[in-house]
Write a protein that binds this ligand. Structure first.
Ligand SMILES: [Zn+2]
Length: 141
């Protein structure tokens, strides 16, 4: 199901994915990806393993598992980073592969009370710092 979408960051991974993310691990119905831009510490993407445009294109079982993966991710982010709120964003206007941004928000900090930017290019930690975030996430999954 994945080889036919060579231009899709989530299917192809590699260089395309590396432009904005690092794959942390796979969950039953998704790929968990660290968003390199970390203005919101702990921000990740839960990308569906299946190349579909929208959640409506999944079977009921796939959808239930995908939602379960998103929930597991959110529970992990709550434990690992103690945000005051998690925002969930599914846009995909230009990226036709179902994925949800899981964005921890912290009271009185960047974008609190507002809509998170798609990519503010504001906080881009080193590879070493990103690896620490990945390790923290993995320890709490
Ligand atoms: Zn894809």
């Amino acid at each position: 199901m994945e080889t036919e979408h060579k231009d899709c960051s989530y299917c192809a991974e590699g260089e395309l994915l590396a432009q904005f993310g690092i794959k942390i691990c796979e969950l039953p119905m998704s790929k968990l990806i660290l968003f390199k831009e970390q203005s919101h510490p702990g921000r990740v993407i839960v990308a569906c393993k299946k190349h579909v445009d929208d959640i409506t294109e999944l079977t009921q079982e796939e959808r239930a598992q995908y939602i379960e993966d998103i929930n597991r991710t959110a529970v992990c982010i709550h434990k690992a980073f103690r945000p005051d709120k998690i925002n969930f964003g599914a846009y995909g206007d230009t990226m036709h592969h179902l994925h949800v941004h899981v964005v921890p928000k912290y009271k009185d900090e960047y974008e609190w009370g507002g809509v998170f930017a798609m990519n503010p290019h504001r906080t881009e930690p080193s590879e070493e710092e990103l690896q620490k975030v990945i390790d923290t996430i993995k320890a709490n999954l």
